[in-house]
Design a protein around this ligand. Sequence first.
Ligand code: NAP
Length: 318
Amino acid sequence: MRAIVLPETGGPEQLKVTDLPRPRPGEGQVLIRAQAIGVSYAETQIRAGALPFPLSLPAVLGAEAVGEVVEVGEGVGAELLGTTRVGVTGGLGSYAEYVALPAAMTCPVPEGVTPADALAVAAPGAIALGLLHRARLEGGETVLVEAGTSSVGSQVVRHAKEFGAAKVIATAGSAAKRARAGELGADVVLDHSSPEWPGELPADVDVVFESIGGSSARRVLDHLTPGSGRMLYYGLLSGEPAAVTAADLMERGVTIVGCSGPGWAGEVFGMRYPEMLARLGSGRGEAFIDRTLPLEEAAQAHHLLESRAVTGRILLIP
Ligand SMILES: NC(=O)c1ccc[n+]([C@@H]2O[C@H](COP(=O)([O-])OP(=O)(O)OC[C@H]3O[C@@H](n4cnc5c(N)ncnc54)[C@H](OP(=O)(O)O)[C@@H]3O)[C@@H](O)[C@H]2O)c1
């Protein structure tokens, strides 16, 4: 089968089209013939060796895929054969024509929804729902969504008011993306391309969905409502962890909620993933696809993500 192999960390050109044997599904797994594969920003950081991630090289990157089940492993019912399922690998391995997925981490594609739309929305939408549930918004609260047109950020902006946010502030790095954040439901959109952007925030942001990290996270903290403000910390787009100390939290009486790790993944992929697909199936969710590219153009997909030329998902089509 055709697959995209990373022999060593480095630039996008490291992603090589390679012939590999078709994998066999292990115990509890299904093997799908992929119809679409998700590419995410975090994978560009893993490829570059810029994220602390246990990577054994050569590796096939990729965590998301949708397609028809062509084989089932031990312990998986044969009734899944021939069905179309969307899911995550729980690690790597999806930039390929055939992808083995734990059956428990797959869901059927809802009726009336295209496989590509289901794939595009499921993972970032599930993460967004996980963040919104954990934020425990109370009526009248103001939220800040950094990178408000990123795959995850756009889903947070799209659903925040349903979860009780009264005012949504988003950030984006270009005029076109700022306009897009407004269309998604943001009331105020700030330009995060200037390092001074946190200075434009009001003094009483109740919840920040923090995905940039570095020093801006520290500056945002100064605008969280003293005593009750929450930072839902889930990403480090800047490549730098949020420069926040326990003393910073104590001084303002605010809380950081870490949204990563095994407990988080269990909640997101066990509960929020099917919840997001159900929303999509019933018209209460939307997929935002920037473009599709052939599987062979995985390097170009990484290049586009890194150059921030993307608003929505990039999907690879084998
Ligand atoms: N904890 C979790 O479970 C989890 C799961 C998935 C993703 N994440 C994290 O969530 C974050 C967003 O991921 P995504 O897949 O939604 O991203 P994405 O769709 O690739 O969007 C990334 C966008 O973020 C903006 N951005 C802001 N500051 C940036 C910076 N310093 N470097 C690069 N881009 C920057 C850029 O838009 P502008 O042009 O507007 O600057 C860029 O286009 C990542 O940090 C990712 O690792 C966490």
